[in-house]
Design a protein around this ligand. Structure first.
Ligand SMILES: [Zn+2]
Length: 271
């Protein structure tokens, strides 16, 4: 599933081309992708200008000239593609926005877990209203993190995936961040001292910044707009590397399961 660097890459690319464009019409080819009343969705996005595109956690927020927002979650296989208006429909086209300039913006999704929802107030959206700190937030400090984790005995890796704590991390970057910080993913979150939490925050920002520079990680389904790939998969140090040698200490990278998710770590570097 795409995580912060992948979503931010898509948002940046959409932000370069969409603002100022008008949605002439909208077609929903797969009902369940649009949350709520899809007739209302189609009617209310019609003839609106797109004002801006932003990321909140792993959500994409498209603000319209009516001040309403289209909240998009890509889940597993959702992606955006631009096509000339007259190009033939593709098998996985799910929602099609006809834009001015004879172009269409397609929300394509093989597995159909992605969602689009039109809202008036972001604070009333179930997922968005509960998001925790953005990784870049100045309010996110080791002290605050320590306070938030003081009663949580769950492994630190599992805590990093909790979107209500920090919004935007997933399985790939949580493993990479803990490797960079030299912290074992099984350590209970409430046992980490202030300086360890500070190094997790430092590593998180460093890894995310680097991943963003390379437009994210295209291991399985993630694609940038128009099917372009990210390149950060070439820089991963532990994720997906079970039984390979650690680049720092030559120990064998291990794969463990935590909360039904795979975690990768170096037993030599992460204590
Ligand atoms: Zn190592």
């Amino acid at each position: 599933m795409p995580e912060l660097p992948e979503i931010q890459t898509i948002v940046n690319e959409l932000e370069r081309v969409l603002p100022g464009k008008r949605i002439k019409s909208c077609r929903v080819l797969r009902d369940k992708m649009v949350q709520g009343d899809q007739h209302r969705f189609r009617q209310q996005v019609k003839n609106k200008n797109i004002r801006k595109i932003e990321r909140r956690g792993k959500y994409i927020v498209i603000t319209l000239s009516s001040s309403q927002m289209i909240i998009v979650h890509l889940r597993m296989t959702g992606k955006f593609i631009f096509q000339p208006l007259k190009s033939p429909a593709q098998k996985h086209d799910r929602v099609v926005f006809e834009l001015q300039n004879q172009q269409k913006l397609i929300f394509s999704d093989v597995r159909c877990f992605g969602t689009l929802e039109l809202v008036n107030d972001i604070n009333k959206h179930n997922g968005l209203s509960q998001l925790g700190f953005d990784p870049w937030s100045r309010q996110l400090t080791a002290g605050i993190l320590q306070k938030k984790l003081e009663n949580r005995q769950i492994p630190i890796k599992t805590a990093l995936l909790d979107q209500k704590l920090i919004a935007g991390l997933g399985n790939i970057y949580a493993s990479e961040i803990l490797f960079d910080a030299g912290i074992h993913p099984d350590i209970p979150a409430n046992q980490l001292k202030h300086e360890k939490l500070a190094s997790i925050i430092r590593s998180m920002r460093k890894i995310l910044r680097l991943a963003l520079k390379y437009n994210g990680t295209s291991i399985s389904d993630y694609r940038r707009i128009d099917e372009k790939q990210g390149m950060f998969q070439n820089f991963l140090k532990v994720y997906g590397k079970a039984d390979q040698k650690c680049i720092n200490c030559s120990s064998s990278i291990m794969k463990i399961t935590q909360n039904q998710r795979s975690t990768f770590l170096c037993p030599g570097c992460q204590k």
